[in-house]
Design a protein around this ligand. Structure first.
Ligand code: JFZ
Length: 591
């Protein structure tokens, strides 16, 4: 049961701005007893996030200078004074905005919900608000409420609609959170801001746009737990069924949100969502063309579903109201895959079969869906020790019945050659009696170029443990990765239990990051009845405002005489310094 029961310690990086001690305030320890309320969300699996505001018109540029990173943070990054920034509104005129097209794209992409920024940290309201003149109705030549149409166009198509609302950060208001370039933080009265802007605006949003699926709060602050509780209770009266994201703070949300671009390492119980953006920025940046391919999106979606959660993927329309062409194109391709394979995503729960070299699994009662993201060289999909008698094995697309055989190691399914090039062929396994797995070794197969053993799947000795690192490439484009740390002593170590499916030559590669100060130390690997040695190399010190660099260092070539179960055990050979931050260990067949 290790696979399901293991509790991962998600320790946020110490130097991260929104880090340790903030966990409780960020509210990830939420009570999830109201299952009926979150059921639609758990079933939905795929949502559309939209960041759209005045920053979309600036498109990552201010006074001829480009600001890389998260485009919606440009006011903060360039420290643009309110009196300058507000001028952007006077020419904000998104005449190309077409609510029906946006809603249709969500539907075509197979997305079951949409969350759009009603007000981001910049403080500008993208909806008709009586609370302020700094809104799209009063401050722009557009003079229409885009949210009205979007609410009705999504509803028409059965796509749940919701608002992102930055409840604390408001860089426009003298009493709002976090504008320290115009206003003195010490002179702010957050209560006044909450009473006069955030609360009345949230009431407008929850009164004027019909039933909402979600209010997506973000970056909490300025309220105690008790104040947050009152704030939440007050708002809940307006729409008791509407879900609040965990970033309302203090554990008072309805479901859990992971950090930006963060996928949990293991299946998680309860309702949760991973959020990713299509390129690197949430808000539109005209020179950010680093779009994730349809294949990558399908993979993220299958991975989230296999761990029991949702993927909400963000797009950033420009200031005229156009969605970037690559977002349209790629999302439609994901939608085409979902048209055929949606059954293996929507309404599923986490997979019974742990991650394999071929990919992930998802579950429905009496069914497993195998997401074949990597096609085995010999076309044989191996399912280790499946704990049930299987009645039927078919390809989801077309229903072709597949040949298979079974021995005491597991099931071997023959997937015909014509599926080799598919991004994700889904195989359906039907069985009668539900059962669970015991602890399974990780599969290492000669049928794949790469067998990645991830940090989260290791067993530990001494003080070795998992640590989640948060870092960024540009500004605010947070990335997350889980590594093994705490390898300071010869008694600290980690091990992987593996099952090697074929005799032959194999090579071991360590993927890690290591500071100059710690580098050059030695480590030892116990494997295949031999001791192997390596010395670490420098990649750089960890800094959350820089890319975290990893090296893949190949350390071993060894001959495996018999297929079967093995242990790979790694430990430092000296005391005192950290050996490295290990992300993964690869056991790859030599070709
Ligand atoms: C926030 C916003 O500041 C950002 O502009 C964007 O809207 C994003 C979706 O959310 O930023 C965060 C919030 C939480 C984390 C990182 C960035 N986090 O928990 O790692």
């Amino acid at each position: 049961m290790k696979y399901i029961l293991i509790l991962i310690c998600f320790i946020t990086s110490v130097s991260n701005a929104m880090a340790q001690g903030m966990e409780e305030m960020w509210g990830n320890n939420i009570d999830q007893t109201n299952d009926a309320k979150t059921q639609w969300f758990k079933d939905a699996k795929f949502g559309m996030f939209i960041h759209w505001g005045l920053y979309s018109k600036l498109a990552g540029e201010w006074n001829g200078k480009r600001y890389y990173g998260s485009g919606e943070w440009i006011m903060n990054q360039a420290k643009i004074p309110v009196r300058e920034y507000r001028k952007v509104a006077s020419s904000f005129n998104p005449t190309k905005f077409n609510a029906a097209e946006w809603a249709q794209l969500a539907e075509d992409a197979g997305m079951k919900y949409m969350v759009i920024t009603a007000k981001h940290h910049e403080g500008f309201s993208m909806f008709n608000s009586k609370v302020t003149d700094y809104d799209i109705m009063d401050a722009t030549p557009y003079r229409k409420d885009p949210m009205k149409d979007l609410a009705s166009e999504t509803r028409k198509r059965g796509v749940k609609f919701g608002f992102y609302y930055s409840q604390f950060q408001d860089w426009y208001e003298p009493n709002g959170g976090k504008n320290s370039w115009d206003y003195k933080e010490s002179e702010k009265d957050y209560k006044k801001y909450y009473q006069e802007k955030a609360v009345p605006q949230l009431k407008e949003l929850m009164s004027n746009y019909g039933p909402l699926g979600i209010v997506w709060f973000d970056t909490p602050g300025g309220m105690t737990k008790e104040e947050t509780k009152n704030f939440v209770d007050d708002l809940r009266k307006y729409q008791p069924d509407c879900l609040f994201s965990s970033r309302v703070g203090h554990g008072l949300g309805d479901y859990r949100d992971f950090g930006d671009s963060e996928m949990p390492a293991k299946p998680i119980n309860g309702a949760w969502e991973s959020i990713y953006t299509h390129n690197d920025s949430w808000g539109y940046i005209k020179y950010d063309l680093d779009f994730k391919s349809p294949e990558e999106i399908i993979k993220l979606l299958a991975e989230a579903a296999s761990k029991g959660g949702n993927l909400m993927l963000n797009i950033g329309p420009d200031g005229d109201g156009n969605i970037p062409p690559y977002s349209i194109k790629f999302l439609k391709e994901v939608g085409a895959w979902l048209k055929v394979n949606g059954e293996s995503i929507y309404g599923t729960t986490s997979g019974l079969i742990p991650q394999q070299p071929w990919g992930f699994s998802t579950s429905k009662p009496h069914k497993q869906y195998l997401h074949i993201l990597n096609y085995p060289h010999n076309g044989e999909v191996f399912v280790p020790r499946f704990p049930a008698k299987v009645s039927k094995i078919t390809v989801l697309n077309g229903g072709e019945v597949l040949n298979s055989r079974r021995d005491n190691k597991g099931i071997y399914i023959q997937l015909p050659e014509k599926y080799r090039k598919n991004v994700n062929t889904v195989i359906e396994l039907d069985y009668q009696k539900e059962s669970t797995y015991g602890k399974l070794p990780l599969t290492v197969s000669a049928q794949f170029n790469e067998n990645k053993l991830e940090a989260a799947d290791a067993d530990f000795t001494g003080n070795a443990k998992l640590r989640s690192f948060t870092y960024s490439h540009y500004y605010g484009d947070w990335k997350h990765t889980t590594c093994i740390t705490g390898l300071k002593d010869t008694t600290d170590g980690f091990a992987f239990d593996i099952y090697i499916d074929q005799p032959g030559d194999y090579q071991l590669t360590l993927e890690y990051s290591c500071s100059a100060e710690n580098a050059m130390q030695e480590g030892q690997i116990d494997f295949n009845n031999e001791k192997f040695y390596f010395r670490t190399l420098t990649t750089g010190a960890f800094d959350n405002h820089k890319p975290m660099l990893f090296i893949k260092q190949r350390v071993i070539t060894t001959f495996i005489k018999n297929k079967g179960q093995y242990k790979v055990w790694v430990k430092p050979l000296q005391n005192g310094k950290e050996l490295f931050n290990l992300k993964a260990l690869y056991v790859n067949p030599v070709k």
